[in-house]
Design a protein around this ligand. Structure first.
Ligand SMILES: NC(=O)C1=CN([C@@H]2O[C@H](COP(=O)(O)OP(=O)(O)OC[C@H]3O[C@@H](n4cnc5c(N)ncnc54)[C@H](OP(=O)(O)O)[C@@H]3O)[C@@H](O)[C@H]2O)C=CC1
Ligand SMILES: O=C([O-])CC(=O)C(=O)O
Length: 259
């Protein structure tokens, strides 16, 4: 499997290390697309990958799957191109799909190009429960409370404070690098308007903590994940990078676990 990566940051570097050096997935990252020539050159030498600043040239290389690990904005620019070039796609910046029409367009393109789109569970879990819970309708309420340090949120604060309360749609507009988890939750569950999000800044906390609550005909779920932030980017939890690695490890397996 030839893997391409969009982005030259923390997750991209983590995947290069785990796949090209530690061989933790089948195949190899053969090409990276980015806009930072200096960093791209360094990654190219360190991990023996081609570096491209031209998206068409990147997508014309023989890739089986492309992992977006950049930003919501970059995902908006490039995900359709990836699918129309008939590559499977893994999206990290799931906030790009707050626009439901855009998500439907990308899904339709994937259908007509016979490709697959993978949305990793990222820094959370419980998506299996939500999807089962709504299989026959009847999922009523979904909420996520994200608690992060000022450093992880990239803001200053000297006391615990609720800094946002609203829909998943509004949350992405306010914190595009911190609430992609709310979007995958919304897509798996009851949508971007009905999924409620609270963001709390907490100077006393060291882990990126997400608490998910859901209720419906199935009963009730509460799940809390206390994530270690990544050293190179404390906004991002290690679990988010691991979940992309797991998608790449599992994508062609005969045995599927969870719905
Ligand atoms: N689903 C989930 O649970 C999670 C999702 N995420 C998503 O994953 C993304 C990546 O995370 P992480 O690697 O930690 O973030 P980083 O900020 O470390 O890396 C993002 C990289 O993207 C590059 N980039 C930005 N804009 C563009 C562009 N237009 N074209 C090409 N490259 C671009 C930046 O490089 P430069 O600016 O130098 O060009 C930067 O190095 C986050 O932005 C977030 O959207 C993160 C955490 C959890
Ligand atoms: O990594 C995390 O804890 C969550 C995150 O940043 C995101 O969802 O964008």
């Amino acid at each position: 499997m030839n893997i391409g990566i969009i982005g030259t940051g923390n997750i991209a570097t983590y995947l290069l290390e785990q796949i090209n050096v530690n061989h933790l997935a089948k195949g190899k990252i053969t090409a990276v697309f980015g806009r930072n020539q200096e960093v791209g050159q360094r990654l190219s030498e360190q991990f023996q990958v081609d570096f491209h600043t031209d998206i068409q040239a990147f997508l014309e290389t023989p890739l089986d799957i492309v992992v977006e690990a950049a930003t919501v904005e970059a995902a908006g620019l490039y995900v359709k191109d990836v699918v129309t070039h008939q590559k499977d796609l893994v999206v990290s910046s799931i906030g790009v799909f707050k626009d439901v029409v855009f998500l439907d367009e990308v899904k339709a393109l994937a259908g007509s190009n016979r490709t697959h789109i993978f949305l990793p569970s990222g820094a959370i879990g419980g998506l299996d429960v939500l999807q089962s819970a709504k299989a026959a309708g009847g999922l009523e309420r979904v909420q996520i409370t994200t608690r992060k340090s000022p450093q992880s949120l990239g803001i200053e604060a000297d006391e615990e404070k609720v800094i946002f309360e609203g829909s998943a749609f509004e949350a992405v507009e306010n914190f595009p690098k911190n609430v992609n988890v709310a979007l995958v939750l919304a897509i798996a569950g009851i949508g971007v308007e009905k999924t409620k999000v609270r963001v709390i800044v907490d100077p006393a906390i060291e882990r990126n903590t997400h608490t998910i609550e859901a209720e419906g005909d199935f009963g009730r779920m509460q799940l809390q994940v206390e994530n270690k932030p990544m050293p190179n980017n404390p906004k991002t939890s290690l679990l988010a990078a691991l979940s992309i690695l797991a998608v790449l490890q599992n994508k062609d397996r005969a045995l599927r676990i969870g719905n």
